[in-house]
Design a protein around this ligand. Structure first.
Ligand SMILES: Cc1ncc(C[n+]2csc(CCOP(=O)(O)OP(=O)(O)O)c2C)c(N)n1
Length: 730
């Protein structure tokens, strides 16, 4: 079967030699000759890189090909922008990156891109971890392969630019007058993630929030093999409130440049979003070995090839007096030769080999942080207002968190909160009460009801130096947005070698034991989706004092170590006051003084018994403290270990603290399958520990009403299993 890339290449040579160029309208005026030449040069390099990547794969030097051919108009879009405007790009935007490199005067980028094709450890962006577009110096963060998943953060990044004018963060990355560009295909525009982002942009724009964002839809009429209905993109995007719709012919570099320039100027001047619709073609099928004639007629494939945008460029430049056909042909041939020559030079480039090599970038690099407001006593008293009087009195967990958030926002101007109902109402459980009044709506933002947009906002703001603390109202509602955390936030440092980071602390209210309220959605008791995310820190406090101290550490981890943290708040403990007896007030804590923090991996230990170690966390700690009291009465001496940090697990500390105990009982309020108990059982088994048992939640959803705790560990359950364990031990 002939390779369509070769057919297109041969056709370019033959048709330019024969002056047989596709018809079209005349070139629009306004584009400077040098820039037009430079755009064409980037288009030629992009085309040559596509062919070379296929050749590399045939030679066993490349591993994955997805081309930009047909989408070379993006070189003109690059020139309509400034070289430091952050660009969240579609995977077909090689020409954009090449053009931006020329615009920025940093060389051709060809070698860098070939290194990425070759999965070379010298690839400047991913270090061989992904074949990906991206460059720190060109302000192009690399994107994952999950289509549309970069749109919510592009909205967040654009929003952050508006905010930096009023509140520049210490680690600001984007220029104050920058605009964000984000591009995607026509099929991707249907994804609910994309639709959420368009909607969020529209929602912000009609409320006059500055949102300098240029959406670019590269409409080639197809997504892999499924055609986009004719007129669909225009019909669904031309009347969105607050978002201006513009279109251009993506086969025509002059028209594209003209429209993109107008769009970019509008976005920059009005700081409002534009949806720029570019009509393109896709040459050579979707990716790799995809053969387009398997699902398109030969006529359809050939019609797109006849409309090769490079042939249109040659015609237009010749007509506009920018470059003759012969010159254009020579430019094309030179690019092909140069790309081949550079590729030959990297044939034996170094590769990642070991797991250590691959994993070296999971944890982002530390960064120096200088700015900090030592909150003066007066400022603190003024901010806390009437709450200042209660700072040294016992508080609930919810109140301790509220106080800790207040202090953290006082100390760090870069900390911003966002979520559904966190502002005026102060959160469904009151954790963020008064914060908007204390710090203003710029820093405590009521968002629209869309978890993907909330996390996207946080990621985009983190890209630009803020320390976002987004709230997910209930753990169960993380799931419809989970990819923003798992696929996006957690992976960015990994495949950009820490050059781009999005540190944040995601607060998530969750877990079970709410007496009869809410059923399985409000009592979701599974953290499995978080537990296996490489590099993610998972914190789960059970007391108010721990919650405040841990939150301080989490913000430090985000600020200084650029980590992404999930902070799980057990809803049932938010307002819990008593520990064992009614009105004993034993679960209240005095809010810890500002000098106190609780380091990542520091476990909590109550008691020093050696009959039994109970290893637990969250609500399990609360139950185990009660059970331990009863066990002491029965002559069983325990120690209760509160994990506090669920990932990474403090393995060594756990092994040490349980060492003197004859038995270990793990109490895990999450489900038996996928719960933390699995990791703990494995830890103890691998360490050769004998008597280890676990009490977990059933593999069930939680019921509303009287049976709310029927499937969960209970004090009685802990006591009886502990007794059995200890007696079998004697
Ligand atoms: C969420 C998600 N679902 C499916 C895929 C597989 N996939 C990769 S590209 C693609 C088609 C995208 O088409 P379009 O947005 O039109 O871009 P084009 O490739 O045509 O430029 C699909 C389905 C993916 N990467 N991500």
């Amino acid at each position: 079967m002939p390779d369509r890339a070769e057919i297109v290449h041969e056709a370019f040579l033959a048709r330019t030699a024969a002056n047989d160029l596709p018809p079209g309208v005349a070139a629009r005026e306004g584009l400077n000759t040098d820039i037009a030449r430079s755009i064409f040069a980037a288009q030629c390099f992009s085309r040559a890189l596509d062919r070379e990547s296929r050749a590399m794969q045939r030679r066993g030097e490349g591993y994955y090909t997805i081309g930009s051919s047909g989408h070379e108009c993006m070189a003109a879009v690059a020139y309509a922008l400034r070289a430091n405007d952050p660009a969240f790009l579609h995977y077909r935007d090689g020409a954009f990156q090449l053009a931006r490199a020329r615009q920025a005067g940093v060389g051709t980028m060809v070698r860098d891109m070939l290194l990425s094709f070759a999965c070379s450890s010298d690839d400047p962006i991913s270090g061989g971890r992904h074949k990906v577009l991206g460059s720190k110096q060109l302000m192009i963060p690399p994107q994952t392969s999950t289509i549309a998943s970069h749109l919510p953060k592009a909205v967040g990044a654009a929003f952050s630019i508006g905010l930096t004018r009023r509140r520049p963060p210490e680690h600001r990355q984007f220029a104050e007058d920058a605009i964000v560009v984000c591009s995607f295909g026509d099929a991707s525009a249907n994804h609910s993630t994309a639709l959420g982002a368009f909607n969020a942009a529209s929602w912000a724009a009609i409320q006059s929030s500055p949102l300098p964002l240029l959406f670019v839809c590269e409409d080639n009429g197809i997504g892999i093999s499924v055609k986009t209905p004719p007129g669909w993109i225009e019909a669904s995007h031309s009347r969105r409130p607050g978002v201006r719709y513009m279109q251009a012919n993506g086969l025509d570099l002059f028209d594209t440049w003209y429209a993109a320039t107008e769009a970019a100027e509008y976005v920059r001047r009005h700081r409002k979003p534009v949806f720029l619709h570019l009509k393109t073609v896709r040459l050579y099928g979707h990716a790799g070995a995809d053969v387009p004639t398997a699902y398109l007629s030969r006529e359809e494939v050939e019609s797109d090839e006849d409309n090769d945008p490079l042939l249109h460029s040659v015609r237009l430049m010749n007509d506009a007096g920018v470059m003759t056909i012969e010159e254009a042909r020579a430019t094309y041939i030179r690019s092909t030769d140069e790309v081949r020559r550079i590729a030959a030079g990297i044939a034996d480039t170094a590769k990642l080999r070991t797991s250590k090599d691959v994993m070296a970038t999971i944890i982002p690099p530390r960064r120096a942080c200088v700015r900090r407001n030592g909150p003066t006593a007066e400022r603190r008293a003024e901010t806390f207002g009437s709450d200042a009087r209660t700072l040294d009195q016992p508080q609930t967990l919810a109140k301790c968190l509220n106080m800790a958030l207040t202090d953290l926002m006082l100390e760090h101007d870069d900390v911003v909160l966002m979520g559904e109902d966190v502002g005026r109402k102060g959160g469904v459980y009151g954790v963020t009460q008064k914060l908007q009044a204390r710090f203003g709506p710029d820093r405590v933002m009521d968002t629209l009801l869309d978890e993907q947009s909330i996390l996207g906002l946080a990621i985009g703001m983190a890209h630009n130096g803020f320390i976002p603390i987004p709230e997910i109202q209930f753990l169960a509602y993380l799931h419809n947005a989970e990819d923003q955390l798992r696929g996006e936030a957690a992976t960015l440092p990994f495949f950009s070698q820490g050059q781009f980071t999005n540190p944040m602390v995601v607060r998530i209210a969750g877990l079970g034991y709410q007496k009869g309220f809410g059923g399985h959605f409000h009592n979701d008791n599974s953290l499995a989706v978080l537990r296996d995310i490489p590099g993610l820190v998972i914190a789960c406090p059970s007391t108010g004092a721990d919650a405040a101290r841990m939150l301080r550490e989490c913000v430090r981890l985000a600020r200084e170590e650029q980590r992404v943290v999930a902070f799980i708040e057990p809803i049932a403990l938010y307002q819990t006051r008593d520990k064992v007896d009614e009105s004993d007030g034993g679960w209240m804590s005095v809010y810890p003084t500002l000098d106190q923090s609780l380091g990542l991996g520091e476990i909590g230990v109550t008691g020093a018994g050696t009959d039994l170690a109970i290893v637990t966390y969250g609500n399990g700690n609360y139950l185990s403290q009660q059970a331990s009291r009863r066990l002491e009465g029965a002559g069983i001496a325990t120690r209760v270990i509160d994990l506090r940090w669920l990932a990474p697990l403090a393995e060594e500390a756990l092994l040490n603290v349980t060492e003197p105990c004859r038995s270990v009982l793990i109490v895990d309020e999450c489900r038996r399958t996928g719960g933390q108990a699995e990791a703990l059982m494995a830890l103890f088994a691998e360490a050769g520990r004998g008597r280890v048992s676990r009490l977990t939640a059933e593999d069930s959803f939680i019921a509303t009403g009287p049976a709310y705790a029927a499937t969960l560990p209970s004090v009685d359950g802990i006591v009886s299993l502990a007794r059995r364990l200890v007696s079998s031990d004697q």
